[in-house]
Ligand binder design. Structure first.
Ligand code: ADP
Length: 451
C-alpha cells in the first residue's frame, strides 16, 4: 500500500481524500496555492507544500510544481480529485515516468474518453446507443448544415474537448446554425485549446442519468447503480439523487449492462462515470464518460455503503476490488444539494468572508465541505462551499430530511443557493419526481424569485 499520497487539489474533495487516507493509515501531503494557506486541507493533511500563487494555471494546473512537491515529500502516489488535472492524460503519464502512481485510470483510457467525439465513436463500437449525431468532428460549414437537416432541429453543438457545462450551444433553427458554430468554435479554442466541434440531436426534456463504475487492474469491473443529475442550471448539476425515479428494474439492467460493456471494451480501471440522457420513452443515449471521481459520488456511497475513494486508492496500488457485483446492494434513497456561494437567482459568484456559519447535522445527514466561520472564499476557484447529502429509507423521507437539513444551514457574509434549494425541495414538481434537465429554467419561470 502507498505510504504517502500527495493531493493535487483543494476544497472539499482534498479534505475527502485526506479523510479516506487517514482511515487507511496513509500519510498525506496537501499541495496548495498561496490562496489556500488557511484551508482545512492544509490544516488536516500531515504535511503541506505551497505550489504557487492563487491562479490555478500557476499552481493546481502546473505539472512540474506538483511533481516536485511529490518528490521532495517522498510521496509514492498522487490523487488528482476532480477538475484541475484529474482528466489530463499527460499528467497521468508524467506521474508514471516519475515512478509516482496516478490514482486514476490509465493515460490511454483518459485520452480515449477525454475527447467527447472519440468517446462517442468508442461507444458506438461497443454497441452502446448514442444520441444521433455527427461521426467525428465537423470539418466544414456545409457538412454541419447538411447534417443538421438530416437529424432535424433542434441540435446541440459541442466542443470535443469541452467539459463542466461549457462549450455547448443549442441551435433551434437553420438560420442560427452558422453563427452558433463560429461562437462555439471560438469559445472552444479559447477555453480548451481545441476548436473541434461535433453535433448531436438535442433531446428535449431529457433526464441526466449516470452509472458509477469501479474497476481494478485485474479485469474486475462492477457498477454501483445510477445517479439522477437532472436538476441543473446552465448544464451544471445542482441537485443529485440516487436511485433515479424513472429507472424501471429493466431499464436499470440495460443501462448498467451498457456501462459495464463499454468499461470492459476499453479495459478500464479506477472509478469512472458513464453519463446518459434518458428520454420520456425510456430510450437512453450515452453522452460522455468522466474518468475520475465525481462531485456527486457521495449519494452512491450512501445507498451502497461503498467508499469510492478508498477503492480508488486500493486499486491504484494494484489490489483487487474489495467486493464483487453480487455483494453490492442498494439501500434507501439519497439526495445531494450543492451549496454554492452565489446569488441564488442570478447565479453570479459571491466571493467574500463567511462571517457566521452553522452546518446541519443529525441522523442521515452528511456534509462534505471545507469552509469554516471566518473563512475567506478566494476568487480564483469554483463557488461550491458545501455539499449537503442525506440518506433515508424512502425518497419522501429523504426530501423531508433535506428540508430539515437546509433549514439548519446558516451562512452569513455571502449569498448562497440555500434559498433556491429549499424552494425546490418544497416544490410539488420536485416531490412528484417528474423532473428534466430543464427543471430549473421552468421552475424559475413559474415561480418568480422573491423580491
Ligand atoms: P459537460 O461535460 O460539460 O458536463 P455533457 O456532455 O455532460 O457536458 O452535458 C451536460 C448537460 O448538457 C447534460 O446533462 C444535459 O443536460 C445537456 N445536454 C448535453 N447533450 C445534450 C443533448 N444531446 N440533448 C439534450 N441535452 C443535452
Amino acid at each position: 500500500m502507498f505510504k504517502k499520497i500527495l493531493i493535487a487539489n483543494r476544497g472539499e474533495i482534498a479534505l475527502r481524500i485526506i479523510r479516506a487516507c487517514k482511515e487507511m493509515g496513509i500519510r498525506t501531503v496537501a499541495a496548495h496555492s498561496t490562496a489556500d494557506t488557511e484551508s482545512l486541507a492544509v490544516r488536516f493533511a500531515d504535511q503541506a507544500v505551497c505550489i504557487g500563487p492563487g491562479e490555478a494555471q500557476k499552481s493546481y494546473l502546473k505539472i512540474p510544481s506538483l511533481i516536485s512537491a511529490a518528490e521532495v515529500t517522498n510521496c509514492d502516489a498522487i490523487h488528482p480529485g476532480y477538475g484541475f488535472l484529474s482528466e489530463n492524460a499527460g499528467f497521468a503519464e508524467v506521474c508514471g515516468e516519475c515512478n509516482i502512481t496516478f490514482i486514476g485510470p490509465s493515460p490511454e483510457s483518459i485520452r480515449l474518453m477525454g475527447n467527447k467525439s472519440v468517446a462517442r465513436e468508442t461507444a458506438v463500437k461497443a454497441g452502446v446507443p448514442v444520441v444521433p449525431g455527427s461521426d467525428g468532428p465537423l470539418e466544414k460549414e456545409a457538412d454541419a448544415q447538411k447534417f443538421a437537416a438530416e437529424i432535424g432541429y433542434p441540435v446541440i453543438l459541442k466542443a470535443s474537448a469541452g467539459g463542466g457545462g461549457r462549450g455547448m450551444r443549442i441551435v433551434h433553427e437553420e438560420s442560427e446554425l452558422l453563427d452558433s458554430l463560429k461562437i462555439v468554435q471560438a469559445e472552444a479554442g479559447a477555453a480548451f485549446g481545441d476548436k473541434s466541434i461535433y453535433m448531436e440531436k438535442y433531446v428535449t426534456n431529457p433526464r441526466h442519468v449516470e452509472i458509477q463504475i469501479l474497476g481494478d487492474k485485474h479485469g474486475n469491473i462492477v457498477h454501483l447503480y445510477e445517479r439522477d443529475c437532472s436538476i441543473q442550471r446552465r448544464h451544471q448539476k445542482l441537485i443529485e439523487e440516487a436511485p433515479s425515479t424513472i429507472l424501471t428494474e429493466k431499464l436499470r439492467e440495460k443501462m448498467t449492462a451498457a456501462a459495464l460493456g463499454l468499461a470492459h471494451h476499453i479495459k478500464y480501471y479506477s472509478a469512472g462515470t458513464f453519463e446518459f440522457l434518458v428520454d420520456d420513452k425510456g430510450h437512453f443515449y450515452f453522452m460522455e464518460m468522466n474518468t475520475r471521481v465525481q462531485v456527486e459520488h457521495p449519494v452512491t456511497e450512501m445507498i451502497t455503503d461503498v467508499d469510492i475513494i478508498k477503492e480508488q486508492i486500493m486499486v491504484a496500488a494494484g489490489h483487487p476490488l474489495s467486493f464483487a457485483q453480487k455483494d453490492v446492494n442498494m439501500y434507501g434513497h439519497s439526495i445531494e444539494c450543492r451549496v454554492n456561494a452565489e446569488d441564488p437567482e442570478k447565479f453570479t459568484p459571491s466571493a467574500g468572508t463567511i462571517k457566521e456559519l452553522h452546518m446541519p447535522g443529525g441522523p442521515g445527514v452528511r456534509i462534505d465541505s471545507a469552509v469554516y466561520q471566518g473563512y475567506k472564499i478566494p476568487p480564483y476557484y469554483d463557488s461550491m462551499i458545501a455539499k449537503v447529502i442525506v440518506h433515508a429509507p424512502t425518497r419522501m423521507d429523504a426530501i423531508h430530511r433535506m428540508r430539515r437539513a437546509l433549514g439548519e444551514f446558516h451562512v452569513e457574509g455571502v449569498k448562497t443557493t440555500i434559498p433556491l434549494l429549499t424552494r425546490i425541495m418544497h416544490s410539488e414538481e420536485f416531490v412528484s419526481g417528474k423532473v428534466s434537465t430543464r427543471f430549473i429554467e421552468e421552475f424559475l419561470k413559474n415561480v418568480p424569485p422573491k423580491q
